[in-house]
Design a protein around this ligand. Structure first.
Ligand SMILES: Cc1ncc(COP(=O)(O)O)c(C=O)c1O
Length: 389
């Protein structure tokens, strides 16, 4: 009998390619390009956090540790978020993960079965699509538009719900949009979750990167009795720790408990010394976070001041994150072609909006977690492109 199994699984063979990565690879051929592509802080990890990681290695915290995370870190995260959300969060509600990426994996693993639908904002972080695809789920896009100040609306989510909806994935503050959802929409989405029996997976990795004029609300804060949520967090952005790969997911114990079993079969556990550094991040001085956020806020102003006067470009002031979502529609090129021309003709690397979904067409994402000099040089090049057109 002939085995008809494909050599490569259909899931792997059809995994959606990331245009962010494609642009990143293209930019490698332009080593001198000014790069506004990377979504990570330009700060180094604060010294006291690095020191705690080094101490962890020195006292031999280099063996396997608990699947769900070391007790000290689960407790520290629980303490921090009980305070922020003003609701009871215990260590049993916390799963430590390899970055928010693996937190997303866990959240989808415990809520989504093959054939289920997952509602995803468009545009959004492209890995959402890939993760849903990996589980055999069907992503259902809900457009988020400039008319709504780039905020996901509950009524649009409502329109996309079917009896196959297993989860709604939200991301406030948003990458790439820089927007923060309104509390009223979060409340309505929580009501919809209860009415229709789906889970709200809320990616909140930018929860502390919010500027003075905006108010961020977590899905965990909308009502103390709402428990059909999984809130995803990370040390990557808040504490400039992208390479440490430390994230977490918080939710009710019945969701969290199976994640430890899943972790055993995935990576076993996050290194203990990394987790010690994460404890130091939470227990140590928080002014390091405040000063990084203040610096992003200044650079946001510079970005807004420089972009908006450029003929054909417009930028709604981002309320949070370190991303500028620039409307380039008047330039009349699709975003991939525009990003390619900016790179090839002006040595400027950006991310085309279409990388974040079809509704991202007509936009470019520019990271402002770069020096003011870099922002100025990049904007000079955008001006030069505008002048050449
Ligand atoms: C919206 C969003 N979610 C999750 C992540 C992944 O973060 P981590 O480094 O914690 O895996 C990112 C990173 O860019 C992000 O922008």
């Amino acid at each position: 009998m002939t085995n008809t199994h494909p050599r490569i699984s259909p899931m792997a063979a059809t995994y959606p390619a990331s245009s962010i990565r494609k642009m990143f690879n293209l930019a490698l051929d332009f080593p001198d390009a000014v790069k506004l592509t990377v979504g990570e802080p330009d700060f180094n990890t604060p010294e006291h956090i690095k020191a705690a990681g080094i101490r962890g290695i020195e006292h031999d915290n280099t063996r396997y540790v608990a699947n769900a995370g070391i007790p000290e870190l689960r407790a520290a995260i629980a303490r921090k978020y009980s305070g922020r959300w003003n609701r009871g969060v215990g260590p049993e509600n916390v799963m430590v993960s390899f970055g928010a990426m693996e937190a997303l994996t866990f959240a989808l693993d415990v809520t989504v079965s093959p054939g289920d639908e997952v509602i995803i904002p468009d545009p959004s972080f492209p890995n959402y699509m890939g993760q849903v695809h990996r589980l055999g789920g069907s992503p259902v896009s809900v457009p988020v538009t400039e008319d709504n100040d780039f905020k996901l609306r509950a009524e649009d989510v409502r329109a996309a719900i079917t009896d196959r909806t297993a989860a709604v994935l939200i991301n406030s503050p948003s990458n790439p949009l820089g927007s923060v959802m309104d509390q009223a929409d979060l409340e309505q989405i929580a009501d919809l979750a209860e009415e229709h029996g789906f889970t709200v997976i809320s990616d909140e990795v930018y929860d502390e990167m919010v500027f003075d004029d905006a108010v961020f609300t977590s899905i965990a804060e909308v009502r103390p009795d709402f428990d059909r949520y999984l809130a995803i967090g990370s040390f990557s952005k808040t504490y400039a720790m992208t390479g440490w790969r430390c994230g977490f997911v918080i939710g009710s114990e019945d969701f969290i408990a199976p994640m430890a079993l899943l972790q055993e079969g995935l990576t076993s556990s996050l290194p203990g010394f990394v987790q010690e550094a994460a404890v130091a991040a939470i227990d140590g001085p928080q002014d390091v976070v405040a000063s990084m956020v203040a610096s992003y806020a200044e650079r946001r102003e510079l970005m807004v001041e420089r972009i908006n006067p450029i003929d054909g470009l417009s930028l709604l002031r981002p309320a949070a994150t370190f991303y500028a979502w620039v409307n380039v529609k008047d330039w009349g090129l699709n975003s991939w072609d525009l990003a390619t021309q900016l790179l090839e003709k002006h040595n400027l690397a950006t991310i085309p909006g279409s990388a974040f979904g079809p509704a991202g067409e007509g936009y470019l994402r520019l990271t402002f977690a770069v020096s003011p000099e870099t922002i100025n040089t990049a904007c000079d090049r955008l001006e030069a492109f505008a002048a050449d057109r």
